[in-house]
Design a protein around this ligand. Structure first.
Ligand SMILES: Nc1ncnc2c1ncn2[C@@H]1O[C@H](COP(=O)(O)OP(=O)(O)OP(=O)(O)O)[C@@H](O)[C@H]1O
Length: 244
């Protein structure tokens, strides 16, 4: 379990408590500036809260050695810019840095990540010569190559075409099915409704709702938090949001 207890981060997060569970996909939703990226950064141990604590199972996350945190938690930031002119394969291989494993183990993890992100044809291409969506897939493959127990991804679907969005959502489901914990910042409420096990809604740095998607993403909450009047169409698992 990855647990945040009474987190305060100046201006950005106020009294945020939540627990993420392995085997689940948790969607973190909310308007621009609500604190989603800040929360993900705190959960990953990359941002130190002013007060409050993050626990990873029985350990205080901040007290774990950095290399152990890097093995346990894979973090995909919102920005997909890459400064280095390296090939996709080299960038994916950097995901193995926290591990001092055998070459064979590294190779297997790298190849699995490349296949999962559909990058076989792009593996030798410099990432600086890729489209935004292609680069986003390489960066996520780097996270997957690290075989983390937790994947925390900030808007991982934002630059992807529909087919790669669906493939990636299936990939996240497979990770959760294998017992990993997955937390995704998502702006698309239909994706959160249909693909997450749980939705956490942030509003101005506070948790506005937390629970199963159908119970959380009600028409009333969407109007309250996003100021948009909308209603859901379709059946559970295949919902579409109609704006009224
Ligand atoms: N480094 C920073 N120092 C101080 N305030 C910041 C910093 N980064 C972001 N903020 C502010 O904190 C609030 C939350 O920002 P955050 O990036 O977490 O929101 P978000 O929900 O991820 O937004 P978006 O949907 O636009 O990506 C915003 O008001 C933002 O302006």
């Amino acid at each position: 379990m990855l647990r945040a207890d009474k987190i305060h981060l100046a201006v950005r997060l106020t009294d945020v408590s939540l627990a993420l569970h392995q085997g689940e996909i948790t969607a973190i939703c909310g308007p621009n500036g609500a604190g989603k990226s800040s929360l993900l950064g705190v959960l990953a141990g990359l941002l130190a809260p002013g007060s409050g604590i993050i626990m990873l199972d029985d350990a205080v996350l901040a007290a774990l050695p950095a290399v152990q945190r890097a093995r346990l938690i894979g973090f995909l930031p919102q920005q997909s810019e890459v400064a280095w002119d390296v090939s996709a394969e080299t960038l994916v291989a950097l995901g193995r840095l926290p591990w001092r494993s055998s070459a064979a183990e590294d190779r297997t993890a790298i190849e699995t990540a490349i296949a999962a992100m559909d990058l076989a044809d792009l593996r030798r291409r410099p990432v600086t010569q890729m489209s935004g969506g292609e680069r986003a897939r390489v960066l996520l493959a780097r996270v997957l190559a690290g075989t983390p127990q937790w994947v925390l991804a900030d808007e991982p679907l934002a630059n992807l075409d529909l087919s790669h969005q669906l493939a990636l959502l299936a990939q996240f489901r497979a990770l959760a099915g294998a017992g990993q914990g997955v937390a995704l910042v998502l702006h698309d409420l239909a994706q959160a409704m249909n693909h997450a096990d749980r939705v956490v809604v942030l509003e101005r740095g506070r948790i506005a709702a937390d629970g199963v998607p159908e119970a959380v993403l009600t028409d009333a909450l969407i109007e309250q938090v996003w100021g948009v009047r909308a209603h859901w169409l379709g059946d559970p698992g295949q919902r579409a949001l109609a704006v009224t």
